[in-house]
Design a protein around this ligand. Structure first.
Ligand code: AHR
Length: 321
């Protein structure tokens, strides 16, 4: 059955049943980044749950953090004639050609959690993402407030090189500390959003900074790298959260456990439920051509040790964690 016929049959069925179950019967390809972090695993789980709830047949492709794998996956989804594609782009650039192919095949693409750089924003239907510059700013402003007039050397664990959150979270943080002469960003390197690399890079920072004694805070672009850094700080004989402040982004349960133990100071929440708004937009678009806004923005809330980390951790259960 052609896609159009499938939609018509879906509409007829929905009318007969008196339900707006437009997503039922939709086949959606999901080109996922990989499984580099706890947050990513939760996003995958939530996407599967949302698809099942809505009767969407989800075709899942794990790119193992490689853009070429995502491009192959998109081409395969186009060849299969899926009804829509969800893309969590590992890096920001280099998407125009493959997205042009999807556009020619009239397959709408929704970006999840990361942005792309393109001159032609008609290549995707909408992007469900947070304001990643704002996330970095919130983390930076928290640090500025905590540090006050004290001298503070900050080290930064960046996300995957070339990814939109790594670029934007760095920018936002730097904006927040700009003009604060007592705060300096002394070292900054990628930890690729993973716990293992976060720990390795933090170890090298500690070595280079007087056994860690000269570091006042670590800013990690995600919680997994922060958890790796906490491990490295402890192994160096220092107290994370006290000797070295730990600030990061995501709000995964493990960082709340660290906050409850006094080993992490703050995190900025990123919801793993990007698929809910994405499917809503696709359903409306498929139903009557409703165009969603180009950006569906998710919230970025700051959590600190004062927010009862154990209770927040409990409340996260079932959200893909
Ligand atoms: O794109 C979102 C980021 O990707 C999350 O903050 C990080 O944990 C993940 O790997």
């Amino acid at each position: 059955m052609t896609t159009l016929r499938k939609i018509a049959a879906g509409l007829a069925l929905a009318t007969l049943l008196g339900t707006p179950a437009m997503a039922a019967g939709m086949v959606v390809g999901f080109a996922q980044v990989g499984s580099e972090s706890g947050w990513r695993a939760a996003e995958t789980a939530v996407t599967r749950q949302e698809a099942e709830k809505r009767g969407v047949d989800l075709k899942f492709a794990d790119a193992q953090q490689k853009q070429e794998n995502q491009i192959k996956a998109i081409r395969s989804f186009v060849a299969q004639g899926v009804d829509a594609i969800l893309l969590a782009p590992v890096v920001a650039t280099g998407w125009d050609d493959v997205l042009e192919e999807a556009k020619e095949a009239k397959i709408p693409v929704v970006l999840l959690d990361r942005n792309i750089e393109t001159k032609d924003d008609s290549l995707y239907l909408t992007a469900v993402t947070s304001d990643q510059v704002h996330e970095g700013k919130v983390a930076g402003e928290y640090l500025v407030e905590q540090v006050g007039s004290k001298d503070c050397k900050v080290v930064e664990l960046q996300g995957t090189t070339g990814s939109s959150p790594a670029i934007a979270r760095k920018k936002g943080f730097e904006e927040a500390i700009a003009g604060k002469t007592n705060i300096s960003l002394t070292r900054s390197q990628t930890g690729d959003f993973t716990r293992t690399k976060g720990k390795e890079v933090m170890e090298s920072f500690i070595k280079a900074e007087n056994g860690g004694k000269d570091i006042c805070a670590v800013y990690a672009h995600n919680d997994d790298m922060a958890v790796g850094a906490i491990q490295a700080i402890k192994e160096a004989g220092l107290k994370p959260g006290t000797d070295i402040m730990v600030v990061s982004i995501d709000a995964v349960p493990d960082i709340f456990a660290a906050m409850a133990a006094g080993e992490a100071n703050a995190t900025v929440e990123l919801t793993p439920n990007m698929a809910g708004p994405a499917f809503d937009a696709l359903e409306a678009f498929k139903k009557d051509g409703t165009m969603p806004p180009k950006w569906i923005q998710t919230e970025s809330k700051l959590y600190t040790q004062a927010d009862d980390p154990k209770a927040v951790m409990e409340s996260k259960k079932g959200l893909g964690y």
